[in-house]
Write a protein that binds this ligand. Structure first.
Ligand SMILES: Cc1ncc(COP(=O)(O)O)c(C=O)c1O
Length: 408
């Protein structure tokens, strides 16, 4: 299959064309290669494939043409316009995974060893936090949690714990929308010879490119903005040490078996083509919705990193093209106010998750964090009246009208 030589100056041109190879049957779109295995012309070809002498697909857990287009497209978006120290565009290797959690697990399993420690920020997606708190210790490793927005604390932790092998960040972070400074933390990590891994799910490569600052690995839950339509669970694990990614990381990827599937990869490829236009609309709507909520009498606080009142406004502004589409806000009337508000929504969607065309709202105290004791969740800022919102792409006036009627 031939691949177009791409020389484009715009992100959407890249998102639409990157990774695409001419299909042997001239299908416009890369087909869903729904097959578990690939055949050989003769035994010798099988031998060449298995020995690595000849490139080609063998078994879909190890790779599949539909995955490859999605992987190459994401790698192209994450490196768009970034040159390495030799002045040449940086190269990445990506593995498409069954979920964001599979991508994070494959990254940890391929780059950590027994005895290693991982330094991370206290605001993280719940599943990742559980890996840090439970799974790593069970495997003889340790997660160390700090406020990584404070570089002095980060450096103290590195000095005190020489076994730290990696700094793991998620920015903006779930659920607080806190941002850590990728550039400063990476400079610090490299001073101490540590790896840096960044979950870029909330921002997407259109808004933020962590490889620009020298991080080693990036992961996404592609379930969210990259897919953009809520049609599939998925993830991706990318690394800039291509030799490592092609050898040890590939071995671990194949052994863990957390690969994607051709149908989900197809949905993802087509969703990603509109990433720029979707993110522009999401972010525009979010900025206006945040301003509306900030002046609403029923709302006591809005957490949106595009508002000057947000403590990470300047960090977000420095490393993100726009502040994103995720926010949370607190209702003055607490738990009952939250339940009443959620029940009052007529257009926006009551659900968890994020990054789809429609506006999604959840009430952690009565939903995701219902079973977490109040004192414990409040430590992480999850108060009774907190509402989390992924601002969608509906017409702005309709989102605001729905929020307004539900608030009153
Ligand atoms: C920031 C972040 N990372 C990772 C994940 C896990 O992704 P998945 O549900 O696709 O496994 C999530 C899920 O919400 C997330 O928000």
């Amino acid at each position: 299959m031939s691949q177009k030589k791409l020389s484009v100056s715009g992100f959407s041109s890249l998102a639409i064309h990157a990774g695409h190879k001419q299909d042997p049957n001239y299908a416009h779109l890369t087909p869903i290669y729904a097959c578990s295995t690939f055949v050989y012309d003769d035994a010798e070809q099988g031998m060449r494939r298995f020995s690595g002498e000849e490139k080609g697909y063998i078994y879909s857990r190890w790779g599949n043409p539909t995955f490859t287009e999605a992987e190459d497209k994401i790698a192209a978006m994450e490196t768009f316009g970034i040159n390495g120290s030799d002045g040449r565009p940086i190269e990445l290797k990506a593995y498409l995974q069954a979920s964001g959690m599979a991508a994070i697990s494959t990254m940890f399993m391929s780059s950590l060893r027994t005895g290693d420690q991982v330094l991370s920020h206290y605001s993280l997606y719940g599943g990742t936090q559980e890996i840090m708190n439970t799974l790593l210790p069970e495997l003889g490793m340790k997660g160390i949690i700090e406020d990584l927005r404070d570089l002095n604390r980060a450096e103290d932790a590195l000095k005190k714990n020489p076994k730290i092998r990696m700094i793991y960040i998620e920015t903006p972070a779930n659920p607080t929308i806190q941002c850590v400074d990728i550039e400063e933390l990476t400079i610090l990590a490299k001073k101490y010879g540590k790896l840096v891994a960044c979950d870029n799910t909330f921002a997407t490569p259109y808004l933020q490119q962590p490889f620009k600052y020298g991080v080693d690995f990036v992961m996404h839950s592609t379930t969210k903005f990259l897919n953009g339509h809520g049609t599939a669970i998925g993830g991706v694990f990318l690394g800039k040490d291509v030799e490592f990614m092609n050898t040890h990381a590939y071995k671990v990827y194949k052994m863990i078996g957390g690969n994607s599937n051709p149908f989900d990869a197809f949905m993802l490829i087509n969703g990603m083509k509109t990433l720029e236009v979707r993110m522009e609309r999401h972010c525009h709507n979010a900025t206006e919705v945040a301003a509306f909520l900030e002046s609403h009498p029923a709302v006591s606080k809005v957490n949106y990193n595009g508002l000057q009142s947000h403590p990470d406004f300047f960090v977000a502004h420095k490393q993100m093209k726009h502040p994103g589409a995720m926010m949370s806000f607190e209702l003055k009337k607490g738990l009952q106010g939250g339940i009443k508000f959620m029940n009052g929504l007529q257009l926006c969607t009551r659900t968890v998750s994020l990054g789809t065309c429609d506006t999604l709202l959840s009430h952690p105290a009565s939903m995701t964090h219902f079973s977490v004791p109040k004192e414990q969740r409040e430590k992480y800022g999850i108060t009774d009246g907190l509402i989390r919102m992924s601002v969608g792409m509906e017409n702005l006036q309709d989102i605001i009208a729905d929020l307004d009627q539900a608030l009153s």
